[in-house]
Design a protein around this ligand. Structure first.
Ligand code: NFS
Length: 628
């Protein structure tokens, strides 16, 4: 067990890691054994490796230490940052494209499906520029075409950006950052950051802003909306989290779904109830199949089906170290290569399913939506075959799991706060205006092995004690769930005003809104709050703020950038990838506010985060004249 923090339930993780022999290199041990800190040039964004004359390690303000081509630190840092935005956008959007293609196949009868929520169907159709009054068959086909166009469109504006409040859209138009098409923005940003193209750091960063909008108001939003139509719109649902009994079951074949794609996991859930499969599990001595989730695939099936979550990004190794997992089924994104290494010490099968995400040492069972249930059964059979190999002397399922309520889609929040018959954000707006709720904070993003404090959890506690309602997505939501903050009982930790509001509706103080692509739900909720009235006519005026205190993925940078471009202040930590250039950092932290009214900040401790965020919320209240 190394110095890297293995999880919120440190006791649990420490115990599980201790079962692994010293020579098994886990991520925390790798952090420890590397011994050194990450390279300062790489960390601050000043290592340029876009051509073969380098890599050039540049230093701002030192002429001799520009790149061989003369690239300044500002250019190099802006380029590296922009490339993170492009990569993050491509990850969310390629996921979205997968969903859009499935939606197309579904409406053309190639895959069985039915849209259950007709009201949402009409709302989504309208958002995609499709006449909501068309007969359902035509509407679905036009919607499927419009969805695919978001990727291939070369000119014009991604239609989902038109959902934003008018003044915001006008601002985007004024500065030329309305995205044209997802593929075009990602390709263009990758092009302009190659050797010898864009050398104006501001221009590069405005390109990054445009690309990020293709993520938040494009690919990510599309993924969320179409998944809701295909798989159901999340509603509040009780569930369990943690690597513990209740999530993992000693007498079942345990299968963890890990990655980001909910389509396969949904099929696995269906297959796990299949009498034939249950029978096969019984034949090897198990009582049935038990699914649990890791990372955002976990969040997706938690939100819609109440399937428990075993862990966030940093618990993927320890989940296997329980010795009780027959299979980890992975799709795409955030799957550590080390998972296969850890699995070698147990009977656990690592099963890859995507043609673009294979792993050496894993079993590959390609997922095909057209044979979804069949493939799902094949995967479960592979897991069942492992059950007799489970070594009971290695099994160690800790005793705790935590009860939570998840499933807060933006529609669900409207119903809960406004009542089923007048679903609206009006009561929320009123409670912000009257000061019972000071403001709203989104705590999103990853967790990682180089952060030694549970910043997210401490921060959430401090915010809710100050009457700030917290929204959460991704691994951040999982960590706060493990700390007990997603149960209605946690309302007792809230300040008097917030507590009164929460207890009246039986709501937890931290609302789990889904996976990372579902940060788009926050954009839609913010837009609704603006349209509801009383808190200004643009998103930047809402007393709201965002943060990703333990971020690690490029995807988090894309998300941060689209929130900033949407007018929100976001605080990242414990470090930031542009700190090697004061020029670029000053632009992203201060000057960008003159364009979009949002900006970046960096913080290191929960207390620093809380101070910056509460200050921002109070500033917003003052500007609206609702501070007392
Ligand atoms: Ni988001 Fe979700 Fe987790 Fe980070 Fe990875 S799983 S998409 S990137 S680590 S929050």
């Amino acid at each position: 067990f190394g110095k890297g923090r293995p999880g919120v339930q440190t006791q649990t993780a420490e115990e599980l890691y201790s079962k692994l022999k010293e020579d098994v290199l886990t991520a925390p041990r790798r952090v420890e054994r590397r011994g050194t800190l990450p390279c300062a040039f790489g960390k601050g964004g000043t290592c340029c490796r876009v051509c073969n004359m380098g890599p050039c390690q540049v230093v701002e303000g030192v002429e001799e230490l520009k790149g061989v081509c003369g690239a300044s630190a500002a250019t190099v840092v802006a380029r590296n940052f922009a490339r993170m935005v492009a990569a993050g956008t491509s990850a969310h959007s390629d996921h979205g494209r997968h969903v859009a293609k499935l939606f197309y196949e579904a409406v053309h009868g190639e895959v069985p499906f039915e849209v259950r929520d007709k009201r949402k169907l009409r709302v989504v159709a309208q958002a995609f520029g499709v006449d909501p009054n068309l007969p359902e068959g035509d509407l679905l086909k036009e919607l499927a075409d419009a969805a695919l166009r978001i990727f291939s469109q070369q000119e014009g504006e991604i239609i989902l950006t038109h959902r934003a409040p008018k003044p915001l859209l006008e601002k985007w138009r004024q500065y030329g950052v309305v995205p044209r098409g997802v593929d075009r923005e990602v390709v263009e940003l990758t092009h302009r950051t190659t050797i010898g193209v864009d050398q104006n750091y501001k221009n590069i960063l405005m390109g990054a802003a445009r690309c990020s909008l293709a993520d938040g108001w494009g690919g990510s939003m599309l993924a969320t909306e179409l998944q809701d139509l295909l798989l159901g719109n999340p509603q509040p649902i009780r569930a369990k989290v943690n690597i513990g009994l209740g999530v993992l079951r000693p007498d079942h074949v345990n299968v963890a779904v890990h990655g980001h794609d909910p389509l396969l996991a949904d099929a696995l859930a269906q297959a796990s109830y299949d009498p034939e499969i249950i029978e096969e599990a019984k034949r090897v001595g198990a009582k049935g199949i038990n699914l649990s989730g890791i990372c955002c695939t976990g969040n997706e099936v938690l939100m819609r089906k109440g399937i428990p979550i075993a862990g966030s990004f940093i618990q993927q190794e320890v989940a296997i170290a329980t010795g009780a997992l027959e299979a980890v089924v992975v799709d795409v994104q955030c799957i550590m290569q080390n998972v296969v290494e850890i699995a070698k010490h147990f009977h656990t099968a690592v099963i890859t399913t995507s043609p673009i995400a294979m792993m050496e040492g894993a079993t590959h069972i390609p997922f095909d939506e057209k044979r979804a249930l069949e493939v799902a059964k094949e995967i479960l059979r592979t897991a069942i075959a492992r059950f007799p190999q489970r070594d009971l002397s290695k099994v160690n399922i800790p005793d705790q799991s935590v009860d939570i309520v998840a499933g807060f889609s933006h529609e669900a929040i409207m119903y809960i706060l406004g009542g089923r018959f007048r679903a609206s954000y009006k009561p929320l707006n009123e409670n912000i205006i009257n000061g019972k709720i000071l403001g709203i904070a989104a705590i999103v993003g990853c967790d990682q092995y180089r952060v030694n404090e549970p910043i997210q959890v401490e921060l959430a506690k401090e915010l809710i004690a100050n009457n700030v309602l917290v929204l959460a997505t991704g691994c951040s939501a999982t960590n706060m769930a493990m700390a007990g903050l997603l149960s209605p009982e946690a309302a007792k930790l809230a300040g008097d005003g917030l507590r009164e509001v929460l207890e009246a509706v039986g709501c937890p103080p931290v609302l789990h809104m889904g996976a990372c692509v579902d940060n788009s739900r926050i954009l839609i909720a913010a837009t609704e709050i603006v349209h509801t009235g009383g808190l200004g006519d643009d998103i930047f005026q809402i007393p709201a703020v965002g943060c990703a205190p333990q971020w690690m993925s490029e995807k988090a940078i894309a998300i941060g950038m689209y929130f900033v471009t949407t007018g929100v202040q976001v605080v990242f930590g414990p470090d930031f990838p542009t700190l090697g250039s004061k020029t670029v950092t000053d632009f992203l932290f201060y000057e960008i506010e003159n364009y979009f009214n949002g900006c970046w900040r960096v913080a290191r401790t929960a207390n620093e985060f809380a101070n910056i965020m509460i200050d921002r919320i109070n500033g917003g209240r003052r500007a609206l004249g609702i501070d007392k």
